[in-house]
Design a protein around this ligand. Structure first.
Ligand code: UGA
Length: 431
């Protein structure tokens, strides 16, 4: 019949996790303190763009396995297992703001009247599980027993449903064996290897994964600079590297660097956490430095190509921090547009899904309905996000509407030989 689960927080992680748990047969209640959002979800709205999510949410709501509520007490009362999936945003010094997790832990503590398993799914600093357990003990007057579990999420925006339904592995961090059987029952339908560790190790696995993936990206980006200087082609280099099974091809795409709501925040946080533990993780500081430098190198390429940016019309294709999402958080396009605007460029832009969110963050940009309109009269086109839609572009048509056939490709989407053949002045990254 499935487990009774409450998910607190209906952001990316909470909403997709709740929907996928319902999809495999659990009874799920998703709670959020944003009552407008809850009402929107109850009316059948989906607050984020994520491929496949609306279908799963609607099916499971209709079949009665998925509900939404504004009250933590509701969710806690009706569930055996409570997942915390609230935001853990960065503070200005790079550390993590844990106040939402703490507040939710207090609210859970005052709502429970019988044994519960409380699972942390938010990305949190190591040792958070201990803190959550302590908070619940402190604020639950009746001293009800609970088990706190860490079960980090590894989903990627843009393919979150697929990542959740077919995970590479599931990590369960526990302080005792008591919650293990129930946790395994919840995750069994996903048919993935389940690793049971202590809580600190589970939390550390999440830090270690995101930092290592960011390290791979910065490695490729550092290589791209050396490839440009030496005349090598970074695409061929990472292809040659990736066929080595010990290395693997994933996350070796050179480009404009990593953005989004996870890597920039998580790498800063891990550096800070290591520092607080008396360990300097300088390798990760270098990862950050390379990532910041990658955009500057790209902007230099724009300058070298255009000579003077002032009064030029620049067409930007792709605004989201990566394809298949409408998320604009720390999108490289923002830094590029701001920098070019400061120098007096006129910016026209298009993104398949992120324009509404981009409009809230950008001023003075002319948003256009398609790539061709965006490029009419452009002195140069900059590709910031590698949406599939851009692979299908009619490049001759594109060239015919541009004032100058100049393309600066920040994601190595196009084939340099073909671009040259079509008459474009074409620059990409590391090739
Ligand atoms: C990342 C991790 O991949 C997830 O496993 C993790 O669960 C998530 O963070 C999180 O901590 O919540 P996400 O930020 O959604 O997921 O997106 P990714 O696909 O990892 O891309 C991150 C950034 O790296 C993007 O800006 C992307 O353009 C960039 N990237 C990725 C590259 O520049 N090169 C690559 O080869 C791969």
């Amino acid at each position: 019949m499935g487990a009774h689960i409450c998910i607190i927080g209906t952001g990316y992680v909470g909403l997709v996790t709740g929907a996928c748990f319902a999809e495999v047969g659990h009874r799920v209640i998703c709670v959020d303190n944003d009552l407008n959002k809850v009402a929107f979800l109850q009316r059948g709205g989906i607050p984020i763009y994520e491929p496949g999510l609306d279908e799963i949410v609607h099916r499971n709501v209709t079949e009665g396995r998925l509900r939404f509520s504004g009250q933590i007490a509701d969710g806690v009362r009706e569930s055996e297992v409570i997942f915390i999936a609230v935001p853990t945003p960065p503070r200005p010094d790079g550390s993590v703001d844990m106040s939402y997790v703490e507040k939710v832990a207090r609210e859970i503590a005052t709502s429970i009247t019988e044994y519960k398993i409380i699972v942390d799914k938010s990305t949190v600093p190591v040792k958070t599980g201990e803190r959550v357990a302590e908070t619940i003990r402190r604020y639950n007057k009746d001293k009800i027993e609970v088990d706190v579990v860490s079960s980090p999420e590894f989903l990627r925006e843009g393919c979150a449903v697929q990542d959740l339904m077919q995970p590479d592995r599931i990590v369960i961090g526990v302080a005792s064996q008591r919650p293990v059987a129930k946790m395994k029952e919840i995750y069994e339908p996903f048919h993935a290897p389940i690793i049971v560790t202590d809580i600190n190790s589970a939390e550390m696995i999440k830090h270690a994964c995101n930092s290592f993936l960011a390290l791979k990206i910065s490695y490729a980006n550092a290589l791209s600079a050396i490839c440009e200087a030496s005349g090598a082609n970074v695409e061929d280099v990472v292809h040659g590297m990736g066929l080595d099974k010990r290395i693997g091809r994933a996350f070796l795409n050179a480009g404009l660097g990593y953005g989004g709501s996870c890597f920039p925040k998580d790498i800063s946080a891990f550096i800070q956490i290591a520092h607080e533990l008396g360990c300097e993780f300088d390798l990760l500081k270098e990862v950050q430095r390379i990532n910041a430098e990658q955009i500057q190198r790209f902007l230099k390429k724009v300058h070298d190509t255009l000579w003077i940016v002032k009064d030029k019309t620049i067409s930007i294709l792709g605004l989201a921090f990566k394809p298949n999402t409408d998320d604009m958080r720390l999108a490289p396009s923002l830094e590029i547009i701001h920098s070019l605007q400061q120098e007096g460029a006129r910016i026209k832009a298009y993104d398949p899904k992120a324009m509404d969110k981009a409009k809230e963050l950008l001023t003075g940009v002319e948003f256009c309905p398609d790539p061709y309109t965006t490029s009419v009269g452009a002195d140069a086109l900059i590709l910031c996000t590698e949406w599939d839609e851009f692979r299908q572009l009619d490049l001759e048509k594109l060239r015919s509407v541009m004032a100058q056939p100049i393309v600066l490709d920040g994601r190595n989407l196009f084939d340099p030989a073909k671009m040259k053949e079509l008459g474009f002045a074409y620059k990409s990254v590391g090739r």
